[in-house]
Design a protein around this ligand. Structure first.
Ligand SMILES: Cc1cc2nc3c(=O)[nH]c(=O)nc-3n(C[C@H](O)[C@H](O)[C@H](O)COP(=O)(O)OP(=O)(O)OC[C@H]3O[C@@H](n4cnc5c(N)ncnc54)[C@H](O)[C@@H]3O)c2cc1C
Length: 404
């Protein structure tokens, strides 16, 4: 007989679910992960960039495909701003399947259980616990737990079932895995301009064994009826860059959502949302693995205590999470504001002027000194403080919001 009562049930065994299960199982709680797919890490929708901090946290070095020292960023008119230094590692590119499987395996080694081919169908929360109806390998079952955590990604069932709001932005990402792109070793490329990635950027990332990931992301409003696939085709045909793409051979393509902007309600009575389900991806890069890890790590001790004491009302969960989650939300809001100011809400000709400023030696020095994929806010703030052209922009946009 499979166990039917658990301290914690986690819906979704992606990186956030796996990491959350590892922490909670290590602290002595009985934890069950429910995963709708028949294997972990598939389907894969990710460029695979993992920050050193997140990678060191889990130590999954065998999932690394490439090490990246910097980004060569291209302005709409073809200007180039290289950010980074040869030999100074900035980020890793991983095999997401291996990474996700490694994270979930760590959870199981810590004592958590995993049921594949399993989805929740309905749930009821009471003072005493959560009753969850699930379908597992075609069979219906009823489970009970003290706490239900939704780590079920961008279209989270948990978030929708408990009406917990929507992420502020839902970007659309598209990516193709290709062979035959001639890039620079250890550097990724970013291409900007309204024709190819309105308000955002396209990327080309080396992904090991001579392959590259070519991707694009934007928001539906900015795409204005175009699809991200059309943007991708426009990048490949762009007069400034088409030669680089002429010998590529596609081996896979996929499309996926990137939810960014923490939902209003991250907790309810005995319910919590983490990771993409809570809208945690970064507005500047779309990275969601690091934020998911950070979100659970920052509340572990009080959460574990509350699970032991079975004090998991909405009020208590709010007490446990609000300081940490609100500080993450504030950072996310600032990063979005700076992104809109400098890149997303800017016409191409203005963006070209920004690139002129970015490529000034003193500004480049600043970018290289303070620039951190994980913490874009300090760099953005330094740019608007120290570069006169950006300061004017910030004043126009209302600086109070930025420096609050
Ligand atoms: C094109 C693209 C490129 C990206 N590039 C990067 C990048 O380079 N770096 C980065 O950090 N992030 C990137 N992201 C974002 C990243 O993929 C997510 O932020 C990250 O996977 C979030 O982890 P998660 O565990 O919260 O959610 P997910 O990885 O989405 O995991 C959710 C899990 O829940 C399961 N699930 C969903 N619904 C149910 C259900 N009802 N029942 C049971 N199981 C369910 C899913 O099958 C999945 O296994 C990218 C996203 C896209 C679309």
């Amino acid at each position: 007989m499979k166990q039917s009562e658990w301290d914690v049930i986690i819906v979704g065994a992606g990186p956030t679910g796996g990491r959350t299960a590892t922490h909670l199982a290590s602290l002595g709680h009985s934890v069950l992960m429910l995963e709708e797919h028949s294997e972990i890490g598939r389907p894969f929708q990710c460029a695979g960039l993992v920050t050193p901090k997140a990678l060191h946290e889990v130590g999954l070095y065998d999932s690394i495909l490439e090490e990246i020292d910097g980004a060569r960023i291209h302005g709409p008119n073809g200007s180039l701003v290289p950010v980074g230094t040869d030999g100074k590692l900035r980020t890793y590119v991983v095999c997401r399947k291996k990474f996700d499987q490694g994270v979930v395996q760590q959870a199981m080694e810590a004592g958590a259980s995993l049921w594949l081919n399993t989805q929740p169908r309905s749930a009821e929360t009471t003072q005493d616990g959560v009753s969850l109806k699930i379908e597992s390998n075609g069979e219906e079952r009823e489970l009970k737990c003290k706490l239900l955590i939704g780590c079920d990604g961008a279209h989270s069932w948990t978030r929708r079932y408990f009406k917990m709001g929507r992420p502020k932005e839902m970007m659309i990402g598209f990516q193709a895995e290709v062979l035959g792109y001639q890039g620079t070793d250890r550097w990724l490329e970013m291409y900007s301009g309204s024709e190819i990635a309105p308000g955002f950027f396209a990327w080309v990332i080396p992904s090991g064994f001579g392959s590259h990931r070519i991707g694009i992301w934007s928001t539906p409003e900015r795409l204005n009826g175009r699809s991200v696939e059309q943007c991708y085709d426009d990048l490949l045909q762009h007069p400034l860059w088409k030669e680089r793409f002429q010998n590529i051979k596609e081996i896979a393509r996929f499309c996926g959502p990137i939810p960014s902007g923490m939902v209003k309600k991250t907790v309810g009575n005995r319910i919590m949302l983490l990771g993409d389900a809570a809208g945690m991806a970064k507005p500047t890069t779309g990275g969601g693995i690091g934020p998911g890890f950070k979100q659970i790590k920052g509340i572990l001790e009080p959460l574990s205590k509350a699970i032991f004491e079975d004090k998991l009302s909405e009020k208590n969960l709010n007490k446990i999470t609000s300081k940490h989650f609100q500080s993450m939300k504030k950072d996310q809001d600032k990063a979005r504001l700076l992104r809109n100011l400098l890149v997303s809400d800017v016409e191409d000709n203005e963006l070209d002027k920004h690139f002129e400023n970015f490529s000034r030696p003193d500004v480049l020095e600043l970018i290289n000194e303070i620039g951190d994929i994980e913490k874009p806010v300090p760099l953005g703030l330094a740019l608007v403080k120290k570069v006169p052209a950006f300061r004017k922009l910030a004043l126009k946009a209302g600086t109070r919001l930025l420096f609050r």
